[in-house]
Write a protein that binds this ligand. Structure first.
Ligand SMILES: [Zn+2]
Length: 274
């Protein structure tokens, strides 16, 4: 991924390859920070263990109303408000309870508002637009929502650029920032590029990755220009790789999504890497 970014002509001043003042920059080396946040949320009565499987949740939540988002958790394992969680509170590590997901209790009915730098004012209702979400996974790693909040705060990120499919996640993350007494960054959500069939480009749809175009002999300029052209048209034919990618390649960020930081590129860019 770093290699692909470099190839595209994007430079950065901090990162896993060159260090910096707020490292380490590799997620697997940051467990201590995530645990600290988990503990704080637990102490504040905002977490509870959930034993539901993904299938349980999908079934009881019914048909998803938003394909870009996870199903709303129906609250099966949610304890009554104010109930302190069992013995788990005595432990210092979620690993002790391996096999459960830890969920964040959202303030039902509260409106979460923020102004997106690209899409303008946004509003989501906690408990309606999204439910209690996972912050620590049953396989004992922090979930995306918690990891990015902890990292953004620790790394003093001021602006996050990513795809519009993450708008609701921004509302979730704002709740986490608040619960942890941290300042949230500003957000710029890019329009998603969709293929001719209306599906957003994502790896699982076999959209061309930057690496693939590179292997096909494209130059960085072609990739960047191709992306712009596709974006203007609002639609990209999946059969024509010359019109994919570049700064229009706004696929769903994955685990190691590029998430703001110090990229010195004005382009609105979230790439997917092979
Ligand atoms: Zn549950």
């Amino acid at each position: 991924m770093l290699d692909d970014l470099r190839w595209l002509g994007i430079e950065w001043v901090e990162g896993p390859d060159r260090g910096g003042p707020v490292g380490p920059y590799t997620q697997s080396e940051r467990r201590r920070h995530y645990l600290e946040a988990w503990r704080k949320l637990l102490d504040r009565g905002l977490l509870y263990p959930c034993t539901c499987s993904r299938k349980d949740v999908a079934q009881s939540a019914g048909a998803p109303n938003d394909l870009d988002d996870e199903p709303r958790y129906p609250g099966k394992c949610r304890p009554a408000s104010g109930v302190t969680q069992l013995r788990v509170r005595e432990t210092a590590d979620p690993a002790v309870t391996t096999g459960v997901n830890w969920r964040f209790r959202v303030p039902d009915g509260e409106e979460i508002r923020f102004t997106d730098l690209h899409l303008g004012p946004q509003s989501f209702i906690a408990g309606r637009d999204f439910g209690d979400f996972i912050v620590w996974r049953r396989d004992d790693v922090p979930a995306y929502q918690l990891a990015v909040v902890v990292d953004d705060a620790a790394m003093q990120i001021t602006e996050v650029v990513r795809g519009a499919d993450l708008l609701k996640s921004t509302a979730r993350q704002i709740l986490l920032f608040r619960a942890l007494d941290l300042a949230a960054p500003n957000y710029y959500h890019c329009d998603l590029v969709r293929d001719a069939g209306g599906l957003r480009l994502a790896k699982r749809h076999d959209a061309s990755s930057i690496r693939k175009l590179r292997d096909l002999g494209w130059t960085p300029e072609q990739v960047r220009e191709g992306g712009k052209a596709g974006r203007r048209e609002g639609k990209i034919g999946s059969g024509d790789p010359r019109r994919l990618c570049g700064d229009g390649r706004l696929a769903r960020p994955r685990g190691e999504h590029h998430h703001g930081t110090n990229l010195q590129s004005p382009a609105c860019t979230i790439f997917s890497f092979a």
